[in-house]
Design a protein around this ligand. Structure first.
Ligand SMILES: Nc1nc2c(ncn2[C@@H]2O[C@H](COP(=O)(O)OP(=O)(O)OP(=O)(O)O)[C@@H](O)[C@H]2O)c(=O)[nH]1
Ligand SMILES: [Mg+2]
Length: 615
């Protein structure tokens, strides 16, 4: 007996924590086994950031039934991944935070899951929160289901009130849950058993990919029908319309390895049959959306469309003065090879060469998607530079230029509503909804060009003193919104190479927020801080105090310095302008001007002014 479920939700609503508890309560761990919190977030970046990046499979046994579980990422950039894995399950557990209620990503993943005809179980989660309003959220989820045209059967979904953290579920708030038994029972009772007939010819859709240096590409999916054994000859069909495939080139080969999921482990098996989720290796041309079949009956399943990227950046070889000091891999060849290798698993990514062999255009689903790639590469020892992100425009049906729009949702204390609206106006945000829940918090929903959001997050956090919550996700393509104002403040640019001196910063910090600290190395053209006014300033951050007697540099003063602003990759991507670059190395992230020499920049500015005057 098998059940296949996906756990879906908006970011942070508690999916991975719930899977932890399901594993624990179903006895997936040995009694004395030490297990880390949110064990499914197994890659180091996931642990560090506390978010799920890749969907992952696991399984538990509950009273004789095997439940395959797919934990999914909640961040909007990875929505495509959720959509793909939904093809290997028969039902889903939708988690909704009992205080936040349905959020943009809740709507997105729920729409996809309902449209596939999957059976839902709703878990109103985090009911232990002091601001939880489970009954209100219950109604909101029902409203969402109706809005998304759920079928009668889907509307009949069991609703549970849960705390992932405590590991409890209950169908009735008056009777607090003690464990997850009601959830397991709901899965057994309401999620259908996979219907595929094991006696029919083998057929399986590749829903996700994995890669191992030992086995090469590994396909993960649910066996639609039939059975498969290690050593079997099977066909991997090319992409195309569903139905019988005749006269198309396909890869016929032998299955070399088969695994199923069992708790945190993958277990090697000799045979698997309809309904189970397996990993299958042995084929070179495995791709998401392709169908495996028996040789005799090459019948293709409906494929999976991979979502189109919406933003792109240039990855450029590091040509700054400090190039090669930190990194192991710095040449254009190494950069190129690494970027193309990424395409094996990162299916929503695009890499394109440009006119310059030093530059590749890399496109993805958002800043987090691209930021994770950059972070991963720098940890592997790569060094490179990144341009300001551009939105990917397209041409509409009537030949008009279109750009991506985002759905933006903001929760703020009432007193900050004014400043939010004031900032978003010039960014071309259009308000769609405003709701005051009476507790002093306001929820605002906007539609805004993706471009308009660049750089807004950090402004928002400052404006609302960290009390606000902001979420956005891709909505649709719409008309080009015209020019948008760039960064309001200029930057301080180092005018020479050297080591940063406290004395110099002491003099500058009145009118600037620094990005560097005493002792840091800077070069001419590197950005050292933010000017509190518009316009860039060339400054000497290596300037020593005139010494009257011998003192060591750097420690020559008792100036009290504000700590420098921490520059993260995502922050940098939002921050920089077109004439600037991010220099990424394993040890540091620096911002710089594209043109490094002060004089060259001045010349370029004069030339630009002349062009502007003439037009
Ligand atoms: N109060 C409370 N906090 C919870 C509960 N479940 C999870 N959390 C907290 O919410 C945060 C996010 O939990 P995760 O399990 O990582 O959420 P997620 O849905 O997997 O997040 P993504 O995978 O990034 O979308 C963590 O800090 C958890 O400790 C709960 O039932 N109650
Ligand atoms: Mg998670």
């Amino acid at each position: 007996m098998i059940r296949n479920i996906a756990i879906i939700a908006h970011v942070d609503h508690g999916k991975t924590t719930l899977v932890d508890q399901m594993l624990r309560q179903a006895g997936a761990f040995r009694a004395n086994q030490h297990v880390e919190e949110r064990v499914m977030d197994s890659n180091p970046l996931e642990k560090e950031r506390g978010i799920t990046i890749l969907a992952k499979n696991t399984s538990v046994h509950w009273h004789g039934t095997k439940i395959n579980i797919v934990d999914t990422p909640g961040h909007a950039d990875f929505g495509g991944e959720v959509e793909r894995i939904l093809r290997m399950v028969d039902g889903f557990v939708l988690l909704v935070d009992a205080a936040e209620g349905p959020m943009p990503q809740t709507r997105f993943v729920t729409r996809k899951a309902l449209a596939l005809g999957l059976k839902p179980i709703v878990a109103i989660n985090k009911i232990d929160r002091s601001d939880a309003e489970p009954l209100r959220v219950h109604d909101e989820v029902l409203g969402l289901f109706i809005d998304l045209e759920a079928t009668h059967e889907q509307l009949d979904a069991p609703f549970l009130y849960t705390s992932s953290r405590a590991g409890t579920a209950t169908p009735e708030l008056d009777h607090p849950g003690t464990d997850l038994t009601p959830l397991f029972q709901a899965v057994i009772d309401h999620i259908p058993t996979p219907t595929g007939d094991p006696e029919l010819p083998f057929q399986m859709l590749v829903s996700t990919l994995d890669f191992s240096s030992f086995l090469g590409r590994i396909a993960i999916g649910r066996i639609e029908r039939g059975r498969v054994r290690v050593g079997d000859q099977v066909s991997l069909l090319p992409m195309g319309d569903p139905g019988m495939v005749v006269d198309e080139p396909m890869e016929n080969g032998r299955v070399t390895k088969l695994y199923t999921f069992d708790g945190l482990a993958r277990v090697e098996v000799q045979e698997a049959s309809a309904g189970d989720i397996v990993c299958l290796a042995g084929f070179e041309t495995i791709e998401i959306g392709k169908t495996f079949t028996s040789i005799e009956v090459p019948e293709r399943l409906l494929g999976i469309a991979v979502e189109e990227p919406t933003i792109s950046v240039d990855f450029i070889v590091n040509n700054g003065p400090f190039a090669g000091r930190d990194g192991k891999y710095v040449t254009s060849r190494q950069l190129r090879d690494r970027l193309f290798k990424e395409l094996e698993r990162n299916v929503a990514l695009k890499v394109e060469p440009t006119d310059s062999p030093d530059t590749h255009s890399v496109s993805g689903r958002g800043e987090l998607h691209l930021g994770i790639l950059m972070e991963t590469m720098r940890r592997e020892g790569y060094e490179f530079q990144v341009s300001r992100p551009r939105v990917i425009t397209r041409i509409g049906e009537n030949g008009e230029r279109q750009e991506p729009y985002e759905e933006l949702m903001i929760d703020v204390p009432e007193e900050y509503m004014g400043v939010v609206m004031e900032r978003l106006g010039p960014r071309r945000a259009e308000m769609k909804e405003m709701r005051n829940n009476g507790t002093g918090l306001v929820r605002l929903a906007f539609k805004i060009p993706a471009r308009g959001l660049f750089g807004y997050r950090s402004e928002f956090l400052t404006d609302t003193r960290g009390t606000g919550i902001i979420h956005h996700r891709f909505l649709e393509y719409g008309p080009w919104a015209g020019p948008l104002a760039g960064r309001k403040r200029g930057v301080l640019v180092a005018d020479r190479e050297g080591s940063v001196v406290a004395f110099a910063l002491g003099n500058l910090q009145e009118r600037a927020q620094m990005f560097v600290a005493p002792g840091d190395l800077v070069y001419e053209g590197m950005i050292a801080g933010e000017n509190s006014r518009p316009g860039d300033l060339d400054v000497n951050v290596t300037k020593e105090k005139k010494l009257t007697n011998m003192r060591a540099s750097g420690s020559d003063d008792n100036v009290l310095l504000e700590p420098p602003r921490q520059i993260t990759l995502e922050y940098a991507m939002e921050y920089i302008e077109e004439d600037e670059l991010i220099e990424v190395t394993p040890k540091t992230i620096r911002l710089r001007k594209r043109v490094l020499q002060v004089n060259d920049r001045k010349k370029a500015a004069r030339a630009a002014a002349r062009v502007a005057d003439a037009s």
